[in-house]
Design a protein around this ligand. Structure first.
Ligand SMILES: NC(=O)c1ccc[n+]([C@@H]2O[C@H](COP(=O)([O-])OP(=O)(O)OC[C@H]3O[C@@H](n4cnc5c(N)ncnc54)[C@H](OP(=O)(O)O)[C@@H]3O)[C@@H](O)[C@H]2O)c1
Length: 262
């Protein structure tokens, strides 16, 4: 059931993948889009002349707070915030590497929190605002090589579960999308799957356009969670079971020097 009139939407990370499909969908339907990217892309700006492009790295708490405060002061706060920007990195293959782990957490977790913090500090306003996080089904089975990614999405889910309850009944609506596989740049990174597993995963994937459609419809509701595509959930559950039951389910099982495995 529709609960919000979407006149203006803010989307982070629209240079590719799901974010770009969202920009395309909203712009074509006549909604004013505020597109937040860490770099300018001339091709994107000329393709969507009705959209407004803001150059802000979501990892910058100051930059994001300034943007939100500026929109509020101008009376231009969006009805819907889709906090989509995200990255994946290999951080746990032969060694545990702190730098890529930290970069992923700063982007995927703080890149969302940086928006939520100033939004919750604005004075009460009668207009309903929806804050949509793009989490992931890696909450159920994460890649052990992209440990920062799994950590960031699980933390994001924990935050949004808490906020959707704490802010229930207010004009701030917290929603999250538990996204399954979508063939984008992020899709195969930090994974070391055998070919047969990749082809199974491909069969459970959704297109960026279908994902954008599902997210834009979900943002009209007050529902807390969307699993999309739902057909991918049993796959992630099965992998979760495999990881628990079968030692070495993933290649690259770690050994400590001089220790034999018990
Ligand atoms: N694809 C999947 O299978 C899948 C599954 C579950 C969840 N997700 C989530 O879906 C979201 C979208 O990912 P995608 O699959 O569409 O990947 P993508 O094609 O790699 O797009 C990621 C977007 O985030 C932007 N971005 C990265 N770091 C940023 C920063 N610091 N500040 C501002 N923008 C930044 C990228 O901009 P640049 O071009 O500048 O790098 C790009 O526009 C992510 O949160 C991802 O975790 C994806």
């Amino acid at each position: 059931m529709a609960s919000v009139n979407v006149h203006r939407v803010l989307i982070t990370g629209t240079t590719s993948g799901v974010g770009r499909a969202l920009l395309d969908r909203y712009a074509k339907s006549g909604v004013m889009v505020i597109s937040v990217n860490r770099r300018r892309v001339a091709e994107l700006e000329s393709r969507y002349p009705s959209a407004r492009f803001e150059c802000v790295d979501v990892r910058s708490a100051e930059g994001v707070a300034e943007l939100v405060r500026g929109l509020a002061a101008a009376g231009e706060l969006p009805d819907v915030f889709i906090l989509n920007a995200g990255i994946n990195r290999v951080d746990n293959d032969e060694a545990f590497q702190l730098a890529p782990y930290r970069e992923v957490i700063e982007t995927n977790l703080y890149g969302v929190l940086n928006f939520v913090a100033p939004l919750t500090q604005l004075s009460a306003h009668p207009v309903e605002r929806h804050v949509v996080a793009i989490s992931s089904m890696v909450n159920y089975a994460g890649s052990p090589y992209g440990l920062g990614y799994t950590t960031s999405k699980r933390a994001l889910t924990a935050c949004f579960e808490a906020w959707s309850t704490m802010y229930a009944g207010t004009n701030l609506v917290f929603q999250q999308v538990m996204l399954g596989p979508v063939p984008t740049a992020i899709y195969t990174l930090a994974e070391n799957l055998p070919a047969w597993m990749s082809s199974i995963k491909n069969a459970f994937s959704a297109s960026p356009e279908g994902t954008a459609q599902a997210i834009s419809r979900f943002a009209l509701t007050r529902q807390k969670k969307l699993f999309y595509p739902l057909r991918a959930l049993p796959l992630f559950r099965a992998v979760q079971l495999g990881q628990r039951l079968i030692p070495g389910f993933f290649q690259g099982r770690k050994m400590l020097d001089g220790k034999s495995r018990r």
